[in-house]
Design a protein around this ligand. Structure first.
Ligand SMILES: [Zn+2]
Length: 647
């Protein structure tokens, strides 16, 4: 295997691999910024992101390991390997992908100092199992090997064979970049070589995108051009009606228009977002600026017209799909966890390609709200669908509209996806370029590029104060870029204790100097509690506001209402004060003034008479961060709060 050396950040001189992280552009890529890799960013356990990473390592990942065993995913592969035991195939036909995502998570985690040795055992055992389950020609898919051996490659719309292959390849990329398992890279290459042989001359694509980004990443790892060419071929073939669309139609599969001509996101939201990630990867590696522009255009369409205030995507349950523009019902939000994760991955790729702050803003929004809400405080329960309003009297509609987080799912795509994102979290905090270091996500951490060291101390997002100690091992001046989030109306900056006037350029404060061996920088981002109004075309929440503070969206929970008060009867007094309490390590809550309607219980469903709402006595409303909802008790919740008529 030949590993091309990426054009390194010139600040990175410590001799550590600069590419131990997801989605690292290759040496010739169109890329504004370069990742720093997991080994250069150490998250403090005390900060929120550090707590999440640690919870993932100590609870979510071990939980996933247990579930892969108890749900039969590993037995499926043992059956494919011909191991004794007579296992029947269990679970979804794409159950292998849960194994691969968990394996990827474990491999990222193993790059972190002090990783749990059980993860090393799991990774070693699983890679050995995969090598045994792989067929002589490189084929690897337990469902088709065990259950439908004569149907291999014959069901491109629903088989998910290439989708599963993509997740295997992504795990192998993690293995290659962290140096944890050369054997897994070899397994993935044997499979990828088979794909090149099988798909390079036929006009076929997979119903569920994923292989495109995976092959581009494998090209980056190995330098083997046929992988990139095949990824590009799959993208070029899309939008030509090659798939048999069935009951959901061509838009569901993003097969209704060639990708470079698409102007709006469509169909199954996870598929759309994974496809967009592949578009960016291929675009930057091939210099295809039209393809990159198409990806930016679709990202823009999604964010302007089809994204929830939490950063979640996908408003329709029936086909897990995007709705029409501004169709964003809070109670019927589908908002699949995988779509939130895919949105984060897409924005990361676009941030690297363009350096534009809006992509870092979106990473922050979706991570701290939609992604974070999908996992419980104990790290062992998960949402698949993430509504913004759980109604009083909600009938628990099973897995796809659960009123509380479940320990696992029959379609378990989301929990291991959370695990792989959380395990790789440090890689997304900062980047480098020829001019210096850029900080995108704020969290207590130490960033060490070899030539530059930045210590970050902060209780963000509970407080907006970010204290940095910036040290340089070179006398040359370089630029520290600090993101000023789009929600932030004002900030103050101190360097070496002295106030400095600085305005963000394209969303970043750019501070250029010779940093010496330890310069103190304090960035204070004002984060008063605020009301957020929806676009006037979002009919479902017209007349409502949501409360927010800094990057966090808030919600009301039944848990905080007086006994007997129905959540849907609560009205917010929009001119009342918003007060905050808590902070530093504790969640900040917002207190607002409101009231509950009188007489709603007995009112007719429809009436031509009267109809004005009658406010009851004043009520102090407590709003909590959305990502924490459903952790104290089960019950109704809402993000969007109707505003009282009288204000
Ligand atoms: Zn999912």
């Amino acid at each position: 295997m030949t590993t091309p050396k990426p054009a390194g950040n010139p600040l990175a001189t410590a001799g550590l691999p600069p590419d131990a992280g997801p989605a690292v552009p290759g040496p010739g890529a169109v890329s504004s910024l370069r990742p720093l890799g997991l080994d250069r960013v150490l998250l403090d356990d005390g900060g929120l992101l550090g707590q999440w990473r640690r919870r993932n390592a100590e609870h979510t990942l071990p939980h996933c390991l247990e579930r892969l065993e108890s749900s039969g995913n590993l037995d499926n592969l043992r059956a494919a390997a011909g191991d004794p035991g007579g296992h029947e195939f269990a679970g979804m036909w794409f159950a292998d992908s849960d194994v691969y995502k968990t394996l990827e998570a474990a491999l990222w985690e193993l790059a972190t100092p002090g990783a749990d040795p059980r993860l090393r055992d799991f990774a070693g055992d699983t890679v050995a199992l995969l090598a045994r389950a792989q067929q002589a020609d490189g084929y690897l898919n337990s469902y088709f090997t065990v259950a439908e051996p004569d149907q291999r490659w014959l069901k491109p719309v629903w088989s998910h064979e290439l989708y599963c292959a993509g997740h295997l390849i992504q795990a192998a990329v993690a293995a290659g970049r962290t140096g944890t398992s050369p054997e897994l890279v070899e397994v993935a290459r044997r499979l990828a070589d088979l794909l090149v042989e099988r798909f390079s001359r036929v006009e076929e694509v997979c119903g569920h995108p994923e292989i495109e980004t995976a092959l581009a990443e494998l090209y980056r790892l190995t330098g083997h051009r046929p992988y990139l060419d095949l990824a590009r071929r799959f993208l070029d073939l899309r939008g030509r009606g090659l798939l048999d669309h069935g009951r959901f139609g061509p838009r569901y599969h993003q097969d209704h228009v060639p990708l470079r001509e698409a102007t709006e996101v469509a169909g199954h939201s996870v598929r759309q977002l994974y496809l967009l990630a592949g578009m960016v990867d291929v675009a930057v590696e091939t210099g295809d600026l039209a393809l990159l522009a198409a990806a930016e255009r679709l990202w823009d369409d999604a964010c302007r017209t089809r994204t929830y205030v939490t950063g979640a995507h996908g408003s329709r349950h029936r086909d897990e799909a995007y709705g029409d523009p501004y169709e964003l019902p809070p109670d019927r939000a589908y908002a699949e966890t995988c779509a939130s994760i895919a949105s984060f991955h897409l924005s990361w790729r676009l941030l690297l390609a363009t350096g534009r702050a809006r992509y870092a803003d979106e990473m922050e929004r979706v991570l701290l709200n939609a992604v974070a809400a999908a996992v419980s405080q104990d790290g062992r329960h998960f949402f698949y669908s993430n509504p913004l309003h759980l109604r009083t009297g909600h009938s628990n509609a099973g897995e796809e509209a659960a009123g509380h987080r479940l320990p696992w799912y029959s379609c378990a795509c989301c929990p291991p996806n959370i695990a792989r994102l959380m395990a790789s979290l440090p890689a997304y905090l900062a980047t480098g370029d020829a001019g210096g270091v850029q900080l995108h996500l704020y969290a207590g951490a130490t960033i060490d590029t070899g030539a530059a060291r930045v210590e970050v101390r902060t209780s963000y997002p509970w407080q907006g104060r970010v204290e940095l100690t910036v040290a340089s091992r070179t006398a040359e001046p370089w630029t520290l870029a600090l993101r000023v989030p789009s929600w932030c109306g004002s900030h103050t900056l101190l360097i070496g204790g002295e106030p400095v006037e600085a305005s963000p350029e394209d969303g970043y404060l750019r501070l250029t100097r010779s940093w010496g061996d330890g310069t103190g920088v304090v960035l204070d981002l004002a984060m008063p509690a605020r009301q957020v109004r929806p676009h006037p075309r979002v009919d479902a929440v017209r007349g409502c506001v949501t409360l927010a503070r800094g990057p966090l969206v808030y919600c009301l929970e039944q848990h905080d209402l007086p006994e007997g008060t129905v959540l849907e009867d609560v009205r917010l007094h929009p001119r009342g004060p918003l007060r905050t309490s808590g902070g530093d390590a504790a969640p900040v809550v917002i207190t607002a003034s409101g009231s509950a309607l009188d007489g709603a219980a007995g009112a007719p469903l429809y009436t031509s008479e009267g109809g004005d709402e009658t406010a009851g006595p004043a009520l102090a409303l407590t709003a909590v961060p959305y990502f924490l909802w459903g952790n104290r008790s089960e019950g109704p919740m809402r993000v969007w709060i109707p505003v009282a008529d009288a204000g």
